[in-house]
Design a protein around this ligand. Structure first.
Ligand code: PLP
Length: 477
């Protein structure tokens, strides 16, 4: 990149070649570490296990089974070929009507059937980015409760160039959003002359795996109404709620309270709810007519392919299948969540209580060498290089308290989860041994520093210093 921009003239655009895509973070470094040495049960059993990817692989077999039973849904089978021509020719960027109807129904179903959605308000897009282009100019600010999804910096900051203004949440109240924190973030942005355009909420939350309750949602809707700013609700984990209280969408709240609906926008997708991130089905549902119209024009740059729409329209119109899929997917997520957190609990690792999502928010504060972000990075490097698990440090989610880590549990099979838990068990066991040794040393008044653990599953009990040439390589852009 440097070479291409060297010399007198900048050959490439500043926006494309700048570092503002935000991928220079431990969140993406962890992915690199995995890519360089991916775990495989037989071919690379000591490789890095990917626990940094919020992917829902648990219900994929249900979709495969449906596809097998419904060959006419695909335009690439003898049974479905009759729809090939009409699907392959130009489509308008409103999307196929049958697809929009099916998505509206799915949205209603995954919100408990307590609210309905108008298919004409559904805009297909890469989600948040297109909506930001409609709502904000470069430099405008959006409040966002922290910790928040690490890639929002890239998705919203890089090309739309909006500024994300963290609303600090604390572990002392389980990271709930308070009016005081919102107001403080809003006022400090105003003082800094930032034009605050809105509030972004991920509900259910990534990375917390929690859902917002009625009173918090009401407070937030009241807040944005007072300030006359937008509310963007990212509900892409709506159908991953695996335990009560049942998911409460902003769409339900605004049915029962006075509010300017022109300010309300929902983002959803099939990436997490249906485990289909590769299909790139992003949806913006706006209550604002102008945003719907503008969004539709913008969506011509990122339409969902009509082949995908055709297949999914057929699948999502099968109400019996959708019903079964949603309940079975939630059941499997609950089961995986419970077995994984139980395994962590057995070695003294607690997670924030959660009822949704594809991850846990793991509390490793007791394992930090010191309660700082340097301490967090030190521990993360050991976990990734030696324990060989790619978990994501809280700092990459803008968590303001060091020692929290997000760990994904739905992108692997049961056996891999077991290997991960076994590694964690060995690691924590060694940590405890070292702790005892250090305490003994202190008691003998020896001034020893706490050694970094070197993980080796087959090693006996004594920990070794981590090599100064840690294999962790910082990602290059
Ligand atoms: C809260 C949130 N919003 C948006 C996205 C982006 O989803 P996709 O990868 O389908 O674009 C993610 C992905 O992890 C997410 O967690």
């Amino acid at each position: 990149m440097e070479l291409m921009n060297s010399g007198k003239r900048q050959l490439l655009s500043k926006i494309a070649s700048s570092d503002e895509h935000g991928e220079n973070s431990p969140y993406f470094d962890g992915w690199k570490a995995y890519d360089n040495d991916p775990f495989h049960p037989t071919q690379n059993p000591h490789g890095v296990i990917q626990m940094g990817l919020a992917e829902n692989q648990l219900p994929v077999d249900l979709i495969e089974e449906w596809i097998k039973k419904n060959p006419s849904a695909s335009i690439c089978t003898t049974e479905g070929l009759h729809a090939f021509k009409s699907t392959a020719l130009y489509q308008d960027y409103h999307g196929l009507p049958e697809f929009r109807h099916a998505v509206a129904k799915l949205m209603a179903k995954s919100r408990g059937g307590r609210v309905s959605f108008d298919p004409d308000r559904i805009v297909m897009a890469g989600g948040g980015e297109m909506l930001m282009f409609c709502l904000a100019d470069p430099g405008d600010g959006f409040l966002i409760p922290s910790p928040y999804y690490a890639a929002f910096d890239r998705d919203l900051g890089w090309r739309p160039r909006v500024r994300l203004l963290p609303v600090t949440c604390h572990s002392s109240n389980n990271f709930q959003i308070t009016l005081e924190a919102l107001e403080a973030a809003y006022q400090s942005a105003r003082k800094a002359n930032i034009n605050v355009k809105g509030l972004i909420l991920a509900n259910p939350s990534n990375p917390l795996g929690t859902t917002l309750d009625t009173s918090t949602l009401r407070t937030l809707v009241t807040f944005i109404n007072h300030k006359q700013i937008h509310l963007v609700c990212d509900e892409i984990y709506a159908a991953t709620v695996f335990r009560g209280p049942s998911f409460l969408s902003v769409s339900e709240i605004i049915q029962e309270m006075e509010c300017n609906r022109d300010l309300i926008h929902i983002v959803c997708s099939l990436s997490k709810d249906m485990g289909l991130p590769g299909f790139r089905v992003g949806i913006v549902y706006s209550y604002n007519d102008t945003v719907v119209n503008l969004g539709r024009k913008m969506s011509s740059f990122g339409l969902v392919s009509s082949q995908t729409q055709h297949l999914l329209a057929s699948m999502l119109s099968d109400e019996e299948f959708v019903e079964r899929f949603l309940s079975e997917s939630a059941r499997r997520l609950a089961s995986r969540h419970d077995s994984f957190t139980k395994g962590l609990d057995q070695v003294g690792i607690k997670c924030l209580k959660s009822n949704a999502g594809l991850f846990c928010w793991m509390d490793l504060r007791h394992l930090l060498k010191e309660p700082t972000f340097e301490g967090e990075m030190g521990l993360w490097k050991v976990i990734i290089s030696d324990v060989k698990l790619n978990v994501s440090p809280g700092s990459s989610f803008h968590c303001h308290e060091p020692g929290w880590f997000r760990v994904c549990f739905a992108n692997m099979d049961d056996e891999t989860v077991e290997v991960a838990l076994r590694r964690i068990r060995v690691f924590v066991g060694k940590y405890k041994e070292v702790e005892v040794q250090v305490k003994k040393s202190w008691q003998r008044n020896l001034r020893l520093s706490f050694p970094t653990l070197m993980y080796d599953e087959n090693m006996a009990s004594s920990p070794r210093m981590m090599s100064p040439q840690s294999p962790l390589v910082r990602a290059r852009t």
